[in-house]
Design a protein around this ligand. Structure first.
Ligand SMILES: [Zn+2]
Length: 251
């Protein structure tokens, strides 16, 4: 059966002498794997479509019994070319698509998640807001869409308000207050200001997003918190390749 999908390229892998296997995140069917035959030959017009982060439309042959479908043709919707002029933004966009790839199952449609990815790449590419804020918005809303919203308002054990900040550790997948938390060597403490910034990111619409008032140390804590929390809930995110580059930028 011939199908059409609107999608973002998550990753590509060379296959044989001239082909590629493309992993996409689509509005219609969620994560989708296509084999594009002959696409690496000099004559192919489709090669430029398959860079990770590209927003494209594809036509493909679909077989219900296969988890690898056959690419027929495609066209570019948005290349987000603004990303290519800025190493930080390009790195963050690569983290966005790799995190999506690690977070979702094949062929499970989630149109809100697709829209979040497209909007986030677009904001990051248009440079309307600072790059870290655009990234944080994406990451916190992705967690929420996947059912892992961080509860920053109260302790997960005693339910008391977390005004004094909170801790997260190897044995604590949700935030705990200072009294309840059993500190381990990997525990991190997150101040009340950082928790409030996470809450604001979650409660704000894209159009109203502004730069947070956090200082440099608090911004680093926000990064640490996001990843520690994500490692707990999305196990496969631990092995992400783009994280190494991200750590060099913000570590
Ligand atoms: Zn507590």
């Amino acid at each position: 059966m011939i199908k059409k999908a609107e999608a973002v390229v998550l990753k590509t892998l060379n296959h044989g002498d001239t082909s590629k296997i493309i992993t996409l995140y689509s509005r219609e069917v969620g994560r989708l794997k296509l084999i594009a035959k002959g696409v690496r030959s000099p004559k192919s017009k489709a090669m430029g479509l398959f860079q990770p982060t590209r927003h494209i439309q594809v036509i493909y042959y679909s077989k219900a019994t296969s988890d690898l479908q056959l690419f027929k043709s495609g066209e570019l919707i948005n290349g987000f070319f603004g990303l290519e002029e800025d190493f930080d933004r390009l790195t963050l966009a690569q983290v966005m698509v790799e995190l999506m790839d690690r977070s979702v199952e094949d062929e499970e449609s989630h149109p809100h998640l697709f829209q979040l990815l497209v909007n986030s790449l677009s904001r990051l590419s248009n440079r309307e807001i600072t790059s870290a804020e655009a990234y944080w918005y994406y990451h916190t809303h992705l967690l929420r869409e996947l059912g892992f919203r961080p509860h920053v308002g109260h302790c997960s054990i005693c339910r008391e308000a977390l005004e004094e900040g909170a801790s997260l550790g190897p044995g604590s997948p949700q935030l705990e207050c200072v009294k309840c938390h059993q500190p381990g060597h990997d525990s991190i403490h997150v101040s009340g200001e950082v928790l409030l910034a996470v809450q604001n990111l979650l409660d704000t619409n894209w159009d109203d997003l502004e730069k947070t008032t956090l200082n440099a140390r608090e911004r680093r804590t926000l990064w640490d918190f996001l990843w520690q929390f994500t490692f707990h809930h999305i196990e496969s995110s631990r092995g992400m390749k783009s994280l190494k580059v991200l750590r060099q930028l913000y570590g």
